[in-house]
Design a protein around this ligand. Structure first.
Ligand code: GLU
Length: 424
């Protein structure tokens, strides 16, 4: 998402350098053993490969793909696959590290991984997208598995892409193994409630934060950056579950503001009709930067990394920043917002709902018995609330930021598993 002029951004925007710097801060706070620290600073394994895809015009294009298994001490590596033109090995490494901390803070028996392909899915036909998805799975088939590494959707990938991937895997293997991919369509063994799960988990986290801050969310204002899977459900659920008024939404082309409130159903219909959110009746256009700095109670970055930086952090006016995206805030921006008393629900806590329901999906696949959406959400709420409580307790006891607190909880859990295995 091109949201801001980058000319006055001074800090390092390499996501993996940021992920390592965040870990370093937590390691210092924990007085983590230096050997353990060194081990946790690097991915355990990474795979780089090419994916030749036959294009509709008969030519062949070669795409570059990655899968990083950052750490699997606590269980099989877990994490989504992104299709993005700006993908690099360092973005995938960072996202795989964040998955490691995410599964640990959520206390589910999984490790952390991430995959990516450098591509612009908007320029691919549906058939080309299918061949790319199947090609990705052929490249990783030997390194994924229910007990090894379990992919899922992420930016620009979705249940249909997971369906093609699971079909490719099962065709190669010659047996059904639905648990090897999560975020599948429900008829192929997906879980009820998986698609809205990341946003739903974030909504539970906002509810818990508001409780702690003694803040009433009924009628509170909210702005959402991003209208993909996470952002669109955040718009819906912020209103439906928390009673908030969503006054601004953006997608990668720009944003809209409507002070009287934006209805999710009307906006989705408008998007389907026109192909974007621009021109939504009753709204006026704003750019992504203006959206981030609106005077709202809750700001939800739900797009991609590096959106809140030293260039705009001082202008953020929200009381709560609920990071439903991965890595939306740079360390410098973190410091500035902290000094301004903004309560941040850090990404790998706030957006853990997706992988929590992915874990429920694996559980359901393994015993071939499927839960109701009501049951999924009940269990999700329990997990998210427990994760929030653990982090909030650390935050109160140690007097560190919520992000450092989340790292302390997660790193301790991963380090304990590493130590028990005798790796360090
Ligand atoms: N892509 C999601 C995330 O970043 C979900 C990952 C998963 O379910 O494995 O958390």
């Amino acid at each position: 998402m091109k949201s801001m002029t980058r000319t006055d951004i001074r800090e390092n925007l390499n996501p993996f350098a940021i992920a390592q710097a965040q870990l370093d801060e937590a390691a210092a706070e924990l007085r983590l053993d230096p050997d353990m620290h060194a081990f946790l600073r690097e991915p355990m394994r990474e795979f780089h490969f090419t994916i030749p895809v036959r294009m509709d015009d008969g030519s062949t294009r070669v795409f570059r793909g990655f899968r990083v298994q950052y750490n699997d001490a606590r269980g099989p590596a877990k994490g989504g696959i992104r299709f993005h033109p700006d993908e690099t090995i360092d973005t995938v490494r960072a996202l795989a590290a964040w998955m490691t901390w995410k599964t640990a803070v959520a206390d589910i028996p999984l490790g952390g991984a991430k995959g990516g392909v450098i591509c612009n899915p908007r320029t691919l036909s549906r058939n080309e997208l299918e061949r790319l998805s199947r090609g990705y799975m052929r490249a990783v088939a030997r390194i994924v598995g229910v007990s090894q590494d379990v992919p899922a959707p992420d930016v620009n990938t979705n249940p249909q892409i997971m369906a093609w991937m699971i079909d490719e895997y099962e065709t190669l293997m010659g047996f059904r193994e639905p648990g090897v991919i999560t975020g599948k369509p429900v008829p192929l063994g997906g879980s009820a409630g998986r698609t809205p799960a990341t946003a739903m988990g974030g909504i539970y986290a906002i509810r818990e934060a508001a409780n702690m801050l003694d803040m009433n969310l009924e009628g509170a204002t909210c702005a959402v950056q991003g209208f993909g899977n996470v952002g669109s459900y955040a718009v819906k659920l912020a209103a439906e579950i928390l009673g908030m008024t969503v006054i601004a939404v953006s997608d990668e082309f720009g944003g809209i503001e409507k002070r009287s409130g934006i209805d999710y159903h009307e906006l989705s219909q408008h998007q389907r009709r026109t192909g974007g959110i621009a021109g939504f009746p009753g709204s006026h256009p704003i750019n992504n930067d203006d959206l981030l700095t609106l005077d709202v109670d809750v700001l939800i970055p739900a797009a991609i990394e590096n959106q809140i930086t030293s260039a705009n952090a001082a202008q953020i006016r929200a009381k709560i920043v609920a990071e439903m995206a991965n890595g939306p805030t740079t360390p410098e921006a973190d410091t500035i917002m902290g000094e301004n008393g903004i309560f941040i629900i850090p990404d790998f806590l706030c957006n853990a709902g997706g992988v929590i329901v992915s874990y429920f999906e694996m559980v359901q696949n393994s015993y071939q018995f499927y839960w109701s959406e009501y049951h999924v959400n009940e269990e999700l709420d329990r997990k998210m609330t427990a994760a929030f409580d653990a982090v909030y307790k650390m935050y109160s006891q140690r007097g560190v930021s919520m992000r450092v607190a989340a790292y302390l909880v997660a790193v301790q859990r991963v380090a304990e598993a590493v130590r028990l295995r005798g790796w360090v």
